[in-house]
Design a protein around this ligand. Structure first.
Ligand code: SAM
Ligand code: SF4
Length: 369
């Protein structure tokens, strides 16, 4: 049933809450956070699993029906499993999903399934083992691949793979898209966004090591060939020339698919579950699909249906927002009416569209991508 507060000021129905359970991560992806990681918050600043679940219960009363758990890396948080269990017990919540780098998925998949998690998205930016180490700084390709196997093996469905495309990395995008051919994997290519670059834009030191963020090296995204270097990518030095627009990528992957004998991409009739922002395509007779999320080139803001809750209890109307609405004190004071009031204020201030920069000085891992 539609509640009076489910719609924002532009008539969009907001039914989806992305919840960051931690800022911490076992990786240090070059485009997401600085090499030293992000400063750890005092644990008293973080919402407990009970506080988070209670807030989601209140938000469910306001129309939230789907919850995605993210971070940081949600699988490093001890709060995650109890939180999933508590969310599963909220009758209005129809879908619980998780975004993860996959490294800990083989170990945790049974407990996640048992707690009531429905589906997972796994981030994977390259199939080149050396480039994987360069991009994640601390990860190994076989961990992510084992994570995908575990997601499929434990029956999470649909299984989506998220790839951020950065032009100067020359990722082998056909190789990644090909993961969708034999198994029901939905590979989604995401345009690189300027999150964490606002302090740089304001003239402060960019969050990069010396030598990082050097002049961009614009080249075409390549379907095959040598991987590009990751050492000049950092969130403090995002550059427009590193964004590979989805329209270009569809052409690149499709042409490479033809050249490799797989065939051209065709619009996918049945997109995988979740009314998200991706546009889906498919190789002929493929088990999965190839999706494109045009966060920069083609705003999907008119269809945006989400709010975000950070691990310190701050509601964000938009990924790029500089506006933040903290519900932590209201939750700690057991003041449900105040927490709902703050929820409604955040909803009312959801912008019509994003301004391409922002983030209130937070890195992506501190917002919850
Ligand atoms: N650690 C988990 C993971 O990597 O899947 C969840 C958190 S991570 C911040 C969520 C997603 O945000 C990942 O798919 C990641 O690739 C993406 N991401 C991080 N920084 C980004 C950026 N600047 N532009 C686009 N996507 C980004
Ligand atoms: Fe960690 Fe995910 Fe950010 Fe990579 S993208 S550093 S895995 S939070």
């Amino acid at each position: 049933m539609t509640t009076p507060t489910q719609h924002d000021s532009f008539g969009r129905s907001v039914t989806y809450l992305r919840v960051s359970v931690t800022d911490k991560c076992n990786y240090r992806c070059v485009y997401c956070m600085p090499p030293e990681g992000v400063a750890a918050r005092d644990h008293t600043e973080l919402l407990t699993a009970e506080e988070t679940a209670h807030f989601i219960r209140l938000a469910a009363g306001e129309g939230i029906r789907r919850v995605r758990l993210t971070g940081g890396e949600p699988l490093v948080s001890r709060r995650l499993i109890p939180l999933i269990r508590a969310i599963r017990a909220i009758p209005q919540i129809e879908d619980i999903s998780l975004t993860t780098n996959g490294a800990l998925l083989p170990a945790l998949a049974p407990a996640l399934r048992d707690a009531g998690l429905d589906r997972v998205n796994i981030s994977l930016d390259t199939l080149d083992p050396e480039q994987f180490v360069q991009i994640t700084r601390t990860g190994h390709l076989e961990q992510a691949l084992a994570g995908i196997d575990a997601a499929l093996g434990f029956g999470f469905s649909p299984v989506k793979v998220n790839t951020v495309v950065v032009r100067r990395l020359h990722q082998n995008v056909l190789g990644l898209a090909r993961l969708s051919v034999d198994r029901p994997i939905h590979v989604r290519f995401i345009e690189y966004m300027p999150i964490g670059s606002s302090s740089h834009a304001a003239g402060a030191e960019p969050h990069c090591l010396p030598g990082m963020g050097a002049a961009p090296l614009p080249r075409s995204a390549r379907a095959d060939g040598a991987a590009g270097t990751a050492d000049s990518v950092c969130p403090g030095a995002w550059d427009e020339s590193d964004v590979v627009p989805s329209a270009e990528l569809v052409q690149t992957i499709s042409a490479a698919g033809v050249a490799a004998g797989i065939g051209a991409l065709e619009p996918a009739a049945n997109a995988p579950g979740g009314a998200g922002p991706a546009r889906y395509w498919r190789f002929p007779n493929a088990a999965g699909t190839v999706g494109f999320i045009s966060a920069m080139s083609n705003h999907f803001c008119a269809r945006c249906n989400r709010l975000r809750l950070t691990s310190d209890g701050t509601l964000r109307p938009c990924l790029f927002s500089d506006d933040e609405y903290s519900v932590r004190e209201a939750l700690r004071a057991h003041d449900d009416a105040r927490a709902i009031e703050i929820y409604r204020a955040a909803l009312a201030h959801k912008p019509k569209e994003h301004g391409r920069t922002g983030g209130a000085g937070r890195f992506m891992s501190q917002i919850g991508g």
